[in-house]
Each structure stands twice: as C-alpha cells, then as structure tokens.
Design a protein around this ligand. Structure first.
Ligand code: GTP
Ligand code: MG
Length: 331
C-alpha cells in the first residue's frame, strides 16, 4: 500500500489502516519516517480535531477501569473514542499491555473505539513524538475523543500535557489527610482531579480526599485558561460507573469555554511550535547515534582524555564532521 492509499483509508476511518499508519509513525527507520511525514501532511488537510484528554494516575488507581467505563459512556453517546498510552516504562514491562487488553475488554470490542498501547522505546522523547503523531492520525480518522493515558511517574505527565487539550488527574482515596505526595507541578497541570473508587467502604475517605484536593486547588495561582470554578475536584467510581456523566459535563463546559475564549487554539498553536522544535532537537541528537558518529566521538574523547586536545577543539572538530556528513547525505 502506498502512502496516498494509506492516508485515504485512514481518512475514511478504516481502523486497520489506522493501526498500520500508527505502526509507520512508530518506526525508527529513516525511510519509514519520510513516509510517515507524507501521510501526516496529507491527513493534516482534513482539518479534523478531536478532544484530546491527557489522563494520569499512579499504578493501581484505576486508569484502565476508568478508561473502559468512561469510553463506553462516550460510545453510548455516539462518540468515537481512541485510547493511546505514553508509558516510559513500557520497554521494561511489556506484560502490562496484555493486562490492559483484558481490562478494556468491552471497549476494545466496540467498532467506535481504537486502543493502542504505548510504543516500546527506551527514552521518553521517542515515545512522546510517536504518540503525538498517533494522536494526529486518530484525529484525521474522525475520532471525537482521544484519551492519552500515562502512569504517574513525574516526567511523562508533562509530555502528555504537551499534546492534550486538557489534563485529568486520577487519584485514589487517601487513608490519612495527607495529599498523597502528589507533586505540586502535577497539581498545577491538572484541569480536573477525579478521586476514583468513591464506592463501598472507600466512599467516606474519597469524599474527604476530594475536599482536601478541592482546597489545595483553590490555593494554586489562578490560570488565564480557566473559567470560574476550575480546576475542579470530583468523585467518581469507575467500577460502579458513577460520576462519569458528571465528569464529562464538566469537561465539555471547560472545553467550550476555552474554545470561546481563544485558549483552545492558542494552546494548540503553542504545542505545534513545541513539537516542531522537539523534532529538530531529536533529529540532531539522532545524528550523534550513527555508528560513524559514535566512533568519532569515542576517538575524539580518547584524545581529550589523553590530553592531546582541549575539549573545545575536539567539540569543534566533531561538529564540523557532522556538518560534512549531513551536507554530503542531504542531496
Ligand atoms: N472499589 C473500586 N475499585 C476500583 C475502581 N476502579 C478500579 N478499581 C480496582 O483497582 C485495581 C486497579 O485498577 P486498574 O484499572 O487496573 O488500575 P490502573 O491505574 O490501570 O493500574 P496500572 O495499569 O497498573 O497502572 C483493580 O483491582 C480494579 O478493580 C473503583 O472505582 N472502585
Ligand atoms: Mg492500567
């Protein structure tokens, strides 16, 4: 299949073509990258936009259960839902993907849903770029909502926030009255905090946790992209499927306000700029990873270590080499 045919099928919403296109953008091969860029460029012309929701939470908080329940609720409303993941640890824990397939059993069987686990990569930058491209493919394929899940390990939330229109933080009811060690930076990114497992015996502590977080959110600096009352904390139960329509109503209210007030487009424009810069940065770093470049780095490093060359001179030589290589391979 050529890139034109692939792009056309993706645009028609063909899920198998979409899966192939995602595989293409995930590939590290230079020829695949060139094809991927062509497909993405063609599909950008559709002008379709989905609501991109970043979702984070520590292991076991109920992300998979929530996505399944929330996704099914959206499907019931006639919306098409894509689920992508940014999991910086996926290189190590390949098994969690299997677990998720069974946990999102109902959603994965829906014709209006598309679920894709995290690309396995050793560094977060690579995973992020590929996920960002996959989001664009899902939008072009006509999905209404794209959920981007990440495990709360610190850095990955920032990456997800850079590709989402809004950020949802999923929390579990706390035993005590501490704020579960959620880092301030993550709190500051959240547009909506959902305290999950507000059911059965956990309901009382969920309610207390929710009040604690609502209080903590009020203490944060007011952000220009927020209407009155946001960021907000609410209770849900993914298992009992309660609070989900309420959460969706808040998301719609927030996003509607941001669209009307120019924050939606403003954020997307900034994100596009960020990803352009990130792509350039990644490509430059990749130039250092070729066998020739690594050998040259090692040789110059050895010379510097032996005191035969000052570091600054060796760096100049290295950069001149890289420029020569890209000049000869560029044409
Ligand atoms: N009581 C209760 N349990 C829940 C709820 N949601 C999830 N759980 C349970 O919490 C456990 C973890 O749920 P998962 O959905 O796998 O959590 P996760 O955040 O995806 O976990 P990782 O994929 O390991 O990061 C499971 O045993 C779920 O059944 C809920 O709303 N209420
Ligand atoms: Mg999970």
């Amino acid at each position: 299949m050529d890139t034109l045919e692939l792009a056309e099928k993706v645009e028609r919403g063909d899920r198998r073509a979409l899966a192939r296109a995602v595989t293409l953008v995930e590939s590290g091969r230079a020829d695949h990258r060139a094809e991927a860029v062509t497909v993405l460029e063609r599909l950008a012309k559709t002008g379709r936009q989905a609501l991109r929701i970043g979702l984070s939470g520590t292991p076991g908080v109920g992300k998979s259960t929530f996505i399944e329940a929330f996704g099914m609720m959206l499907i019931a409303r006639g919306l098409r839902v894509a689920v992508l993941a940014v999991d910086p640890s996926s290189a190590r824990s390949g098994g969690s993907i299997l677990g998720d397939k069974t946990r999102m059993d109902r959603l994965s069987r829906e014709a209006g849903a598309f679920i894709r686990p995290s690309p396995s990569q050793t560094h977060l930058g690579g995973v992020a770029r590929r996920t960002r491209d996959a989001v664009a493919l899902c939008e072009a394929a006509g999905f209404d909502v794209v959920l981007i899940e990440t495990v709360g390990v610190g850095q990955s939330e920032t990456v997800v926030a850079e590709m989402a229109d809004m950020f949802v933080l999923l929390l579990a009811p706390a035993g005590g009255d501490e704020l579960q060690g959620v880092k301030r930076g993550i709190m500051e990114m959240a547009d909506l905090i959902l305290v999950n497992k507000a059911d059965g015996d956990l309901k009382t502590s969920a309610s207390r946790t929710c009040a604690d977080y609502a209080g903590a959110l009020r203490l944060l600096r007011k952000r220009p992209q927020d209407p009155e009352g946001f960021p907000k904390a609410m209770m849900v139960s993914a298992a009992q499927e309660t609070g989900l329509t309420e959460a969706w109503a808040e998301i719609e209210a927030l996003i509607g306000w941001r669209r009307e007030n120019g924050h939606w487009q403003g954020r997307r424009a900034e994100q596009a700029r960020f990803w352009f810069q990130e792509d350039v940065r990644q490509a430059l770093l990749a130039q250092l990873q070729t066998p020739d470049a690594r050998a040259r780095m090692r040789a110059l490093g050895d010379a510097v270590a032996r005191g035969e060359m000052p570091p600054g001179r060796a760096a100049q030589d290295m950069l001149a080499d890289l420029r020569a290589v890209s000049a000869s391979s560029g044409k």
